[in-house]
Design a protein around this ligand. Sequence first.
Ligand code: GDP
Length: 473
Amino acid sequence: ELANRMAERTADVVKSLMKMGMMVTANQPLDADTAELVIEEFGHRAVRVSDSDVEQVIDTVQDKPEDLQPRPPIVTIMGHVDHGKTSLLDAIRNANVVSGEAGGITQHIGAYQVTTERGSVLTFLDTPGHAAFTSMRARGANVTDVVILVVAADDSVMPQTIEAINHAKAANVPMIVAINKIDKHEANAQRVRTELLQHNVVVEEMGGDVQTVEVSAKTGKGLDTLLEAIALQAEILELQANPNRQAQGAVIEAKLDVGRGPVATVLVQHGTLKRGDIFVVGEQWGKVRALINDRGDRVDEAGPSVPVEVLGLNGTPEAGDVLNVVETEAQAREIADYRISAAKDKRAAAGAATTLEQLMAKAKADESVSELAVVVKADVQGSTEAIVQALEKIGNDEVRVRVIHSGVGAITESDIGLAEASQAPVIGFNVRANAPARSSANQKGVEIRYYSIIYDLVDDIKAAASGLLSAEI
Ligand code: GDP
């Protein structure tokens, strides 16, 4: 490949590498530094692809308002375990499968679309829970427009309900509450509404703006109302995209299929993805060989908010990777190569990505950072409350501290995931991180700070926040 691009003979390139002491074969990948040496050896000039080159190739042109058209909302279901997330997803899907259609068999590709009675189209992500939501967000793919918070009417607000609320709030995504299992005789919807209030979710019945819908995934009661509520929320959000441009989308699932090779389910966000399109997706690239929709049908194209399986990848991307259609195969390959080496460099650059010091340094470079997000875990509820209150008092109009999640108990992987997505440090007060959380923090470069004196904790955060402040002046 290198010989080809320099218009030199492969044997000569291999020979020159051997002279440098590298016993290589013609098909062996080289790292960027070695390649550059070889290129210079042959009297050529190496041009390394940079982030800005990538941006130029990828169509990042702003859409003109007149090119925008309404697009369906993308919905994620979150809530406590066993509150009925999966049941609800299944019930919504099954209610929408037209009887007789391929025997009612549906294809699980990671997302599906339904049409409400009034004709609105909605896209549901098929992986419930906030782990998927957070890891996508951490990778820069904000695909969710609306969160359905499922709360079982017989169990009410539970720890993961609160986590889900905090995740949705951190991502600034509006929420609709589905009060599920309303068929049960011990169901108490009012208790759910009241308990939500304690977590600053003010439902419409209590004068707030969060819609609630009582549903039963078991009997199907309220499902239509829920779907219309989502459609209404989507109308308020005025979701739009330009279908007439090169496609961009996010990978929501990817796997290596024995028969079909690497397969990725992509949710198109801009433009229209077509058969034959050349694309780069994360560190992989390819040419669309086939597109398969959520009913298992082959389609020629997929527009905004449509989920499709994409065949024709050269490798398996990761969930959260962004797919961009580009003009030529050479461009796709170059960007993928560049990303592979950039990722390697990044891994090599040791150290945490979100220490307080680095956040401050970043603030100096980037004036938009005016908020210091933190996650707080403490040993008892009283400490948690005291710390959150003290932290939220820090700051003024220009900079503030935002506690995106707080709780009682050890620091867990879920806390780390949330912290990573919001570039926040995690503060442990008289608690430690458990082993999985520690290794996850190491890997993701999330800073964990331990304290046993509230005063010290507040002081440190105050210093970090005022660092942000002085950086802005
Ligand atoms: P998830 O963990 O949130 O995905 O919850 P599941 O969908 O797996 O549901 C947990 C349990 O609750 C299962 O046994 C379901 O059959 C049951 N369940 C879910 N929705 C309802 C409902 O509306 N009514 C009743 N009675 N049971 C439900």
